[in-house]
Design a protein around this ligand. Structure first.
Ligand code: DUC
Ligand code: ZN
Ligand code: ZN
Length: 469
């Protein structure tokens, strides 16, 4: 009997701590050996000249999420996980959105039904808490944490979603008791409402004004407040999708004071700017997301946050809507004002190539930092055991990259359900060419070879990072 089901031969393996040439031996879906000249396998794949990286973990994606009357997301679980696989990811973490009046258990049941049998890669859910009733806080959340749903997101903005400070403190308190990790969307709801009203009154309703309705102080203030509330309760938090220097520095200051405050940024804050929303007619709607893309100085600040470890994760915030579609970016109401343009952009397939090309190839971050920011830290922070690294005993979730392959990002070459990419035309050096999940090829040399349904649901452990000080 052979030693291994598969050997990946002679690639350059990279982890969060080092890079080296070796063979990987895989058996029963797990990495069982790393060494030189391994032999005895059913199949040997030659990875000479390739990078062999842990499959990406994207811990911030929205799939099939209710998005308002008449609005439909561009991806279901099949298309989103297919696109994620082509983008070098082996695990995604979508949100299950609780709407007012809904029980968390019902919400989870509905999302599991959507995902079940449809995923090409592994997945695990965060919750979004919009209605922190006594039964949600006192019964549902603690029970769900015990069942492996160990993280959730709260919003400080959006009609029907924003929690006030009292509610924020209440959910932070429950998170502390249960050992859950709280993600926070930090933008000041009342300030955005005020500015939006004033802009609309002045007839400034084009997509461009989306950025003007939520300028940097709106994000900075909410970031500061979120950190202060978490400090009162003594509970770790993750500030998601940070877009600029001032918010990044709020997080850095908190970290320097010894608080457990983590940060995330996303591709849109590295390569897009507010001027993308100035495009003619309604085209600016393609770039409407929150927080909005800012300016070049903000991009530099986000790079600094990645380089210096202020941000521990780099996620896509994939939140896709079709453009040429009344159920998407061109919804009739959205044409009347930026206020109603569905918020979010696709990016699940382009997250890793953008960071690799702009970050590793251009010398802004090391390959090891890339691995940490795109896989290892996500697994550690969110409690995904046996994921996010290349090590004996870990799941054989592996992305094989051609670091020399040059190709621009083009909608025609992507696999998501959206009809555009906001990153069109960006020149990329280095693309994933093959992707394995638990030892099985899902994408092989640029072809989809895995069937939908191969992805598994992953319950999670309580993350170490969620422990209070
Ligand atoms: N926040 C997200 O995290 N994703 C999309 C929209 C939003 O506001
Ligand atoms: Zn958000
Ligand atoms: Zn998001």
């Amino acid at each position: 009997m052979p030693n291994f089901d598969l050997i990946i031969r002679n690639g350059t393996i990279a982890t969060a701590s080092e890079s080296y040439k070796a063979d990987i031996g895989i058996r029963d879906g797990r990495i069982v050996a790393i060494g030189e000249a391994l032999t005895g396998a059913d199949e040997v794949v030659d990875a000479t000249g390739k990078l062999v990286l842990p499959g990406g973990i994207d811990s911030h994606v929205h799939i099939s999420q209710p998005s308002g009357p008449g609005i439909v997301m561009a991806d279901d679980f099949e298309s989103a996980t297919r696109a994620a696989a082509f983008g070098g990811n082996s695990t995604v973490m979508p949100y299950c959105l609780q709407q007012k009046g809904e029980s968390l258990r019902t919400v989870l049941k509905d999302y599991h039904a959507l995902a079940q049998g449809n995923c090409h890669i592994d997945h695990s859910f965060h919750l979004i808490i919009s209605d922190p009733t006594e039964s949600v806080l006192g019964q549902e959340l603690p029970a769900l944490f015990a069942n492996g749903y160990t993280s959730f997101k709260v919003f400080m903005t959006y009609e029907g979603m924003a929690l006030d400070d009292y509610e924020m403190l209440s959910v932070l308190e429950v998170a502390r008791e249960a050992g859950a990790l709280v993600q926070i969307h930090a933008e000041n709801y009342d300030a955005i409402r005020f500015l939006t009203d004033r802009l609309e009154r002045a007839g400034k309703t084009a997509p461009h004004f989306h950025g003007r309705s939520r300028p940097i102080p709106v994000e900075r203030e909410a970031t500061h407040r979120a950190i202060s509330l978490a400090e009162l309760i003594d509970v770790p938090i993750m500030i998601v999708h940070v877009s600029n220097r001032e918010a990044m520095e709020e997080i850095r200051r908190a970290q320097m004071r010894g608080l457990k405050v983590m940060g995330e940024t996303c591709p849109q804050y590295l390569v897009l700017t507010e001027s993308d929303m100035d495009r003619p007619g309604t085209e600016g709607a393609k770039y409407v997301c929150s927080p909005p893309p800012r300016d070049h100085a903000s991009q530099e600040a986000c790079w600094e946050g990645l380089q210096r470890g202020v941000f521990s994760v780099f996620s896509s915030d994939h939140c896709p809507f079709r453009y040429e579609d009344e159920a998407g970016k061109l919804a009739p109401k959205g044409r009347s004002s930026f206020r109603w343009v569905p918020n979010g952009i696709p990016g699940i397939e382009t997250r890793l190539p953008i960071l690799f090309s702009e970050g590793v190839v251009k010398g802004r971050i090391s390959l090891e930092q890339f691995v940490a920011l795109t896989a290892t830290n996500h697994a550690k922070i969110y409690g995904l055991s046996g994921k996010g690294s290349i090590a004996v005993g870990y799941d054989a979730d592996i992305a094989i990259w051609d670091p020399e392959l040059k190709r621009p990002i083009q909608q025609a070459g992507l696999h998501h359900g959206a009809d555009y990419t906001p990153f069109e035309g960006i020149e990329i050096t280095g693309w994933p060419v093959s992707l394995l999940v638990r030892g099985n090829f899902i994408v092989r040399e640029g072809e989809l070879v895995g069937a939908k349904g191969e992805g598994r649901y992953l319950p999670r452990a309580k993350p170490f990072q969620s422990r209070p000080l």
